[in-house]
Design a protein around this ligand. Structure first.
Ligand code: FMN
Ligand code: EPS
Length: 364
């Protein structure tokens, strides 16, 4: 299945970047959950382009129209469908791309997979635009989780090597997550954020694009959710996070650094805290052992590649004529995807956690 994810909760994403609308159908949500639509709008606004030269200038309102599944602002438990209209498309920018593949984008592989019938305008169904309905779904799940004390938050860890401060993996709190949530540019250290913004603006002026890393944490996840082998929390989170276009890597806890440690450095020793809870003194395991939550914060980092569509001419092929060519890309592209992908990562993690929480004994 392509854009259908089904794991207790299911989401089906539909639409193309320059089609009439994009949207999502979410099924198997718990019934009777209040959904604050203003809070959903705030979540979607964090993903929306800004007017400061660091994002695409495409201006979409991104107002979700709820077609089903909410009654008196509460989930009915039957399919919740939200549609978001596409209103600011410039399809002429894509007129040269039906046979010329943009390096780094999905034009070539999409044409192979769909025998040339894929809609290339704005990236079609491969567009980052599809993360708007993903964020809608993740925001709905986030509200259900937060009512139970479970908070997820993310920030830009680095862009093009410029680093933000980090979450304290062992002691990160809900307050730490909320402190960054509604910042216009989602970093902990504002000065470092300014350097990143300047770097992004310079990249755009130099017909370049930048990538980076997003750090995400979830707190108050009860110990004991998830399953081994193929239905672990790492599996589910990764599957959803890789649904975000431009994601190229993920690591949990100390991640790839664990490959450089010895056992006594990497192991997180257990203890019982003053409230009688089992905790670990460090959190290299990122809150997940054997696919199952340990009760420690769940922490992960996600690598985002530089935006494929850059303004300078690039070598490519005309795959209908099988000729070498040069492609000039038009359009209004993000010089860096990372800031806009921060809420997308949160959305993916919210979906994964709620889907596993439904298995939690006495989930109410
Ligand atoms: C929020 C968001 C915005 C994006 N904006 C652009 C863009 O403006 N131009 C572009 O070429 N790619 C953009 N992308 C990335 C492409 O959609 C993505 O690289 C492409 O579909 C190929 O998928 P892959 O990189 O996962 O292999 C964006 C991705 C996200 C998540
Ligand atoms: C519209 C959004 O991002 C788009 C994602 C995108 C891509 O190739 O992924 C390419 C651009 O599309 P267009 O050329 O039509 O402006 C971005 O603007 C959005 O995220 O809402």
């Amino acid at each position: 299945m392509s854009s259908l994810w089904n794991n207790r909760i299911s989401i089906s994403l539909f639409g193309e970047s320059h089609g009439t609308a994009i949207g999502v159908v979410i099924d198997n949500l718990p019934p009777g959950e209040s959904i604050d639509l203003e809070e959903i709008a705030r979540f979607l606004a964090r993903r929306a382009p800004k007017k400061d030269g660091t994002t695409t200038s495409r201006a979409e309102l991104d107002i979700p129209q709820i077609m089903s599944g909410l009654y008196h602002n509460k989930t009915t438990g039957t399919p919740l469908c939200a549609m978001i209209m596409n209103t600011d498309t410039h399809s002429v920018d894509y007129s040269n791309l039906s046979k010329l593949a943009r390096p780094g984008h999905a034009d070539y592989t999409g044409a192979l997979r769909y025998r040339g019938f894929n809609d290339v305008r704005g990236g079609g169904h491969f567009s980052g635009r599809l993360t708007a309905p993903l964020c809608f779904a993740g925001a709905v799940c986030g509200q259900i989780l937060e009512r139970r004390g479970i908070y997820t938050g993310a920030h830009i860890a680095s862009i093009h090597g410029i680093k933000d401060a980090v979450f304290d993996r062992t002691n990160v709190t809900k307050e730490d997550l909320l402190a960054v949530r509604y910042k216009g540019f989602p970093v902990i250290n504002t000065e470092q954020g300014e350097k990143m913004r300047e770097d992004i603006q310079n990249a755009r002026l130099g017909q370049e694009s930048l990538g980076g890393i997003i750090e995400c944490a979830s707190v108050n996840v009860p110990a004991g959710i998830g399953s081994p082998m193929f239905d672990g929390l790492e599996n589910t989170i990764s599957q959803l996070v890789f649904g975000i276009p431009a994601v190229k890597g993920i690591e949990f806890g100390a991640g790839f650094l664990t490959g450089e440690m010895v056992g006594s450095q990497n192991n997180d020793e257990f203890y019982v805290d003053e409230n009688g809870h089992v905790k670990t003194r460090t959190n290299n395991h990122g809150g997940i052992l054997g696919g199952i939550s340990s009760g420690m914060p769940i922490t992960l980092r996600v690598a985002i590649k530089p935006t494929p569509s850059i303004a300078r001419p690039q070598a490519t092929v005309d795959y209908s004529a099988m000729k070498n060519e040069v492609v000039n890309i038009h359009g209004r592209h993000d010089p860096c995807i990372v800031p806009r992908a921060v809420p997308c990562v949160e959305a993916a993690v919210n979906l994964a956690l709620l889907s596993h929480m439904l298995d939690y004994p006495n989930f109410t």
